[in-house]
Design a binder for this molecule. Structure first.
Ligand code: HEC
Ligand code: HEC
Ligand code: HEC
Ligand code: HEC
Ligand code: HEC
Ligand code: HEC
Length: 184
């Protein structure tokens, strides 16, 4: 098989525009071969944005490349893989949780970023919101806002439900003494 010189040049140009070929040296648009630079060398403002609150360890280590590929001449975000595979590459325990008996639907569907921030968050576990507000971003609040509420519900949801999944059915897994033991 032969490829014409012209198509080769075209392909190279396309690659430089959209793919992982690192862009040129200075932000102002140098022309020579770039030294290996990380995101923060050219985007120092991002360091401040992703430093507040609880910071995801690879972000705190400024290891942007753990999740991002360098961009070409057109700046933008390119992930090494999309969630959940990106996340499972380091979080194997969570990958195994998918095999649990009862798995919460957004977890099963790999929508990690509906509940977790990838870089940093003001909340524990990198959550985008605290439970129960997090839960009510998808579930109807009404059944939990009645005048008489089961006492443990007033203490949140985690006493009975696991956010990812667990061994019980019916609830999204169940935890501790409030588990639903043996519910088929
Ligand atoms: C653990 C994986 C991971 C690491 C490490 C990581 N990112 Fe990200 N980043 C993501 C994911 C996933 C998205 C897309 C989802 C989103 O918008 O939050 C993203 C989106 C972004 C965006 C576009 C969205 C926005 O908030 O502006 C920027 C910019 C960015 N990352 C920069 C960085 C920089 C700079 C670093 C290193 C300090 C870094 N990232 C480290 C996973 C990561
Ligand atoms: C060699 C310098 C350089 C490196 C390294 C670099 N960028 Fe860029 N980036 C630029 C330039 C130049 C632009 C286009 C001008 C602009 O929009 O500020 C840009 C634009 C962007 C944009 C779109 C515009 C914006 O500011 O939101 C994102 C997102 C981005 N870069 C993310 C990244 C991430 C993530 C990394 C690391 C994987 C990275 N860049 C590495 C130079 C660089
Ligand atoms: C490069 C490896 C790496 C990748 C990729 C990665 N993480 Fe992490 N993450 C870590 C490490 C290291 C920790 C700290 C130790 C631990 O809890 O396992 C952590 C911790 C966490 C925590 C717990 C934070 C806390 O304070 O309890 C959450 C939640 C999390 N990661 C979610 C994600 C999600 C969602 C993705 C995908 C978008 C992801 N991670 C991708 C390395 C990674
Ligand atoms: C419905 C919301 C939700 C979704 C979707 C979700 N998580 Fe979580 N995750 C949580 C909550 C809440 C916690 C806090 C611990 C707990 O309550 O079990 C947590 C905890 C974690 C932790 C820390 C575990 C520990 O023991 O310290 C990691 C890592 C994590 N999640 C990764 C992921 C990954 C990877 C995905 C996508 C496959 C994901 N999560 C999807 C809500 C969610
Ligand atoms: C991103 C959206 C989303 C978020 C956030 C979310 N859920 Fe869910 N949840 C769903 C979907 C979709 C289902 C499956 C359809 C249904 O039963 O409503 C579900 C089902 C459930 C079920 C029933 C499971 C079963 O097998 O019948 C429970 C219990 C539950 N979620 C609890 C929670 C709790 C507790 C939180 C907060 C930690 C939460 N959810 C956050 C989307 C979400
Ligand atoms: C005292 C333990 C307990 C607490 C606390 C609790 N739940 Fe439940 N939840 C259950 C049980 C048990 C079921 C199963 C009921 C059934 O199958 O009819 C359930 C079912 C659900 C369902 C599925 C309902 C349906 O009709 O399919 C959702 C969604 C849910 N809970 C969300 C929440 C949220 C959100 C919170 C926090 C505000 C919460 N739960 C707190 C025990 C609890």
């Amino acid at each position: 098989m032969t490829i014409g010189g012209r198509s080769l040049i075209l392909m190279a140009l396309l690659l430089a525009l959209v793919s992982c070929v690192p862009s040129t040296g200075s932000r102002g648009g140098g022309v020579v071969k770039a030294p290996k630079q990380g995101c923060l060398d050219c985007h120092p403002e991002m360091a401040t944005r992703f430093a507040g609150g609880r910071v995801h360890p690879p972000v705190a280590e400024k290891n942007c490349a753990a999740c991002h590929l360098p961009h070409g001449m057109i700046g933008g975000i390119q992930l090494r893989a999309n969630p959940p595979d990106l996340c499972f590459s380091c979080h194997q325990a969570q990958a195994r949780e998918r095999g649990e008996k009862a798995v919460h639907q957004p977890f099963a569907e790999g929508k990690c970023n509906r509940c977790h921030a990838a870089h940093n968050s003001e909340f524990a576990h990198l959550l985008t919101k605290m439970a129960p507000a997090l839960c009510f971003s998808c579930h109807d609040r009404e059944p939990f806002s009645r005048k008489y509420v089961h006492a443990p519900v007033a203490n949140g949801c985690a006493g009975c439900h696991l956010a990812h999944g667990g061994g019980a059915t019916a609830t999204v897994g169940a935890r501790g003494g409030l588990a639903l033991p043996g519910v088929p």
